[in-house]
Design a protein around this ligand. Structure first.
Ligand SMILES: Cc1cc2nc3c(=O)[nH]c(=O)nc-3n(C[C@H](O)[C@H](O)[C@H](O)COP(=O)(O)OP(=O)(O)OC[C@H]3O[C@@H](n4cnc5c(N)ncnc54)[C@H](O)[C@@H]3O)c2cc1C
Length: 386
């Protein structure tokens, strides 16, 4: 274990704050304008030992828990939501490896996340199935001790900057669409070809692009646990908490601008509470609710035994978290625009809201809130005690 990895939670969060303020923030506007991977921010994230912060101490990481990682994502999102979302997506894959990757090939990959500071990406979405990640069209092809997957991935973030991608596929060519496995393909064994338009409205630094992927891996890189199980026990709950933390950080960035605007106005005029100040108070209350929801869900994950994470009530709570927090983030950022008025509507200056507004809509369309609500409505039909 090296010194960087042997860090306490306050130290890790201080490093996240340093990366956010000194690197991610100053580069955020350019990353957005050019729609490029936030390379400087990730060099700093790597150097700060943050990529392996959630890997257990006995495997060389810092042993941070989900609450710590959520705080780090929020801190990064206050400066650059694209950096924060990439950080969050990487940590979700790390959690899958830590909880489900017992085989030697997967342990080796986790070891290299620590030692070589690898960045992990994800390809669950696929052309032709919409946002329903519980189904796959592509299938694992087994040739001796190796496997191959050819996938038309409808969206993959930072695909060409990831050192390995965890992707879903049907177990065999004869399997039904819901019989899925998760396989880890290292960058050197991946052919990746852009297969559609790259330009997005917001979160442009994530480089979320359609790709044709051809991944090869040793057979031991296929997780023994079914994807269904990995999704229920780890990927879904961790995703919703970490993504929500990004939307919370983004909302906080907008709120801070709105607060500075209102406070400067009050100092200038000497007037007391105004309509914008009241609006700010309401937005602050919404942000408080967002934080409470994230913390409550994080606690619920810690308190829910792993087999119980398939229970409708647990899934509903996590789905509610994602839908509520992403919607409230839109409310806070657009409310902050109302507070700042034309100063926020301008594309430059300290109150500019444009990038935050474009980024925040990513939260509601990324795994569409309407799709999640439809799933939750179906699940709640089975809940007997309210
Ligand atoms: C910024 C960003 C980054 C992403 N990064 C990745 C990544 O790294 N890897 C990856 O695999 N994927 C990624 N995705 C894709 C994401 O995981 C979802 O697959 C994607 O958001 C699906 O959206 P969709 O609009 O294409 O499809 P859908 O979810 O199918 O939604 C399309 C429309 O259909 C409606 N709809 C469809 N089905 C239903 C239903 N059953 N009930 C109700 N409404 C329904 C929706 O409400 C919506 O209006 C990313 C997406 C975004 C926005």
């Amino acid at each position: 274990m090296n010194d960087l990895n042997a860090a306490s939670t306050p130290d890790l969060l201080a490093r996240a704050a340093h990366v956010a303020e000194e690197v991610a923030g100053p580069h955020a506007a350019e990353v957005d304008r050019l729609a490029v991977f936030p390379a400087a921010a990730f060099a700093a994230v790597r150097n700060a030992g943050l990529l392996s912060m959630m890997v257990p101490v006995d495997q060389g990481g810092a042993g941070a828990d989900l609450a710590d990682v959520a705080r780090a994502a929020e801190i990064l999102a206050r400066q650059c939501a694209a950096t924060a979302l990439i950080f969050a997506m990487h940590q979700i894959q790390v959690a899958c490896l830590v909880h489900h990757g017992d085989q030697p090939v997967l342990r080796d990959l986790l070891r290299d996340v620590v030692g070589d500071k690898l960045l992990l990406g994800s390809a669950t979405s696929e052309s032709g199935i919409g946002g329903d990640i519980r189904r796959s069209r592509c299938a694992l092809q087994v040739r001796g001790e190796a496997v191959t997957v050819e996938k038309d991935a409808s969206v993959v973030s930072y695909g060409t900057d990831a050192d390995a991608i965890l992707l879903t596929a049907r177990r065999t060519a004869d399997s039904h669409s819901g019989d899925q496995v998760l396989v880890a393909c290292r960058g050197a064994d991946l052919e990746i070809r852009q297969a559609g338009q790259a330009d997005m409205l917001g979160l442009r630094g994530t480089r979320s692009v359609p790709y044709r992927l051809i991944g090869r891996a040793p057979a031991g890189a296929v997780f023994e646990h079914t994807f269904d199980r990995i999704l229920a026990e780890t990927m879904m709950p961790y995703s919703h908490v970490l993504w929500s933390s990004v939307w919370l950080g983004l909302a906080s960035a907008a709120l801070a601008k709105a607060a500075r605007f209102v406070q400067a106005g009050a100092r200038r005029t000497g007037a007391g509470a105004s309509v914008p100040a009241e609006r700010l108070a309401n937005l602050s209350a919404t942000r408080q609710t967002m934080r409470a929801l994230v913390e409550d869900a994080t606690r619920a994950i810690g308190e829910t035994a792993v087999p119980d994470r398939s229970a409708p009530r647990f899934i509903a709570q996590l789905n509610h978290l994602k839908v509520s927090v992403s919607s409230m983030a839109v409310e806070v950022v657009s409310g902050a625009l109302m507070v700042t008025g034309t100063a926020g509507y301008r594309d430059e200056g300290e109150f500019a809201m444009g990038r935050l507004l474009r980024d925040v809509y990513g939260g509601v369309v990324m795994v569409n809130n309407d799709r999640l609500t439809a799933t939750t409505a179906q699940l709640l039909l089975a809940v007997r005690s309210w």
